[in-house]
Design a protein around this ligand. Sequence first.
Ligand code: ATP
Ligand code: MG
Length: 603
Amino acid sequence: MTTGLFFPTCALFFSILLNIIYFSKERVKNEENKLYQFLVVSNLFALLFEYACTYFSNNYIPIVSDIVLKTYLILLLVWISIFIIYMIYITKKSHKILKPFWIGAISVFAISILLFPLSFEQTIYGPTITGVSVNIVYLASFSFITIWVGVCFVNRGFYFNKKIIPVMVYIILGMITSVIQKIVPGLLLITPTETLITFLMYFTIENPDVKMIEALNIAKVQAEKANQAKSEFLSNMSHEIRTPLNAITGFAQALKEEEDLPDRVKEDVNDILMASESLLEIVNGVLDISKIEANRLEIINNNYNPYKIFNDLVVLTKSRIGEKPIELIVNIDETIPKVLYGDHTRVKQVILNILTNAAKYTKEGHIEFKVSSLIKGDICRLIVSVEDTGIGIKRDKIDKLFNKFERLDEDRNTTIEGTGLGLAITKKLVQLMHGQLVVQSVYGKGSKFTVSIDQKIAPSTVKLEDTLEVRKEDLQKDKDIIGKTVLVVDDNKLNIKVATRLLEDYGIKVDSCLSGFECLEKIKTIKYDLIFMDDMMPKMSGTETFHKLKEDPNFNTPVVVLTANAIAGMEEKYLSEGFDSYLSKPIERKALDSVINKYLNNE
Ligand code: ATP
Ligand code: MG
């Protein structure tokens, strides 16, 4: 063996190894990989041809030797061109390869190699090829690198990424080798250098594992984006559904208060109200679950009176039980502190969900609602259990209970409405509050759900949140309220109609307008006693309008935001913007009463 073949022999060993490893591994398929595959394969062929070249240079056979040598040069040309295409590909932001251009350019150089002559030279290391053909390969490399620089220039620099540095090192390595090769032609360094670069690329930027992780990361980002889009869609939908629902409940409320309605109509109106209420519950459930999944549900802690919550829950459960022969046994431990610090809305939601289920899935017997406490330092552990004598849950189905949209025993429950979201939300909420939820059940006999949640104990002297005091006694039509003027700002005419209808019941004069701009005009000439402001309006939102109103130092009319943006946390957000109060759509009669009482009743 000639000394010159020393490097190609080592390289051949590594190249074979690389081909085996690379092609036996599972790979991501993309443009970059395809280019790299060409590099790996063409390098192996170039090495094999290098042997053939040495043989046919020593044993010259006309035409055959020329073909072998020129094929070797073409393989070199292919490797170099593909390497540069790879570079252009990764340094350009818009990953695009001008295939026809490159195929054309490579073909022109390849044909030139075939047409121009080449000659041999014997060196101390063995034979080597020289001549115009060889110089064409150098010329091609030089032209391609110039094209790359040109591309970078046109794109005003290159799109920097972590692959650039290794690639730069490889280019420099290639250049140094070319120079050495020119000085000592017998060493046959070019192809082994290609092997070295291909090999290094494998360990730095082309490793299939790294690529796989990259692809997974891209997929993860896309999935997260899609999930976010879904959550946004759901929250928009909920907003959209609330608007017509507002009209339905609003008009039904107003109708219900008409005095001389026939009994049948009254009943129908009640049914409409009940149906809208369950629709609203579904909308809220879907919204909650989408928020929980997007990790956007926050626990908002405040001081609250737990007894008030338990009371409300008993009232709600009684109405849920309705006419069914079920006794509701309430057992509330009196050692529970009067004021706790925690998220009362969510605590209530959790307990209500299991109480509602007990009422829904029990035909007769009793439901026992029991609350006890365990006090340690300033922490009160609320232990709430709800036991029923209902249909019970099969042992093997208990795991499925908390899957969203999962309802058990569908055939037995066809008459009981529900979406299967209640317990999924309950479980997530309990987790968010670092509590625990335990289920015990005997199929056909009954179930017991136990929740324990830690809440901080607050001094009983602290002021309680307004939200709990909202529901005051029903409002009488006060002579103070009659004749007051309010302005309703909403871009939706139907919403204005509903609000007007509800407000006129109080004897209030209602004026309205369809945009923030109109509102700003109106308040210049008319002094209102109260303004109801929708938030999501085109061009100028309610919040923006509100801030514009506040720019006038003499403006002192209370402004209540009246919005379908009703997810948890919104009330706090609007109050922190400076609004005087918050009302959600569909308008709840009692909440409206309390707002009217607060701002229009002078007493
Ligand atoms: P939603 O609460 O969303 O209106 P839902 O009540 O069907 O609908 P979950 O509260 O998640 O949904 O309950 C899931 C299923 O678990 C119910 O469909 C019911 O089959 C079963 N289940 C829940 N609570 C009880 C219970 N106390 N007794 C018997 N089965 C129950
Ligand atoms: Mg339920």
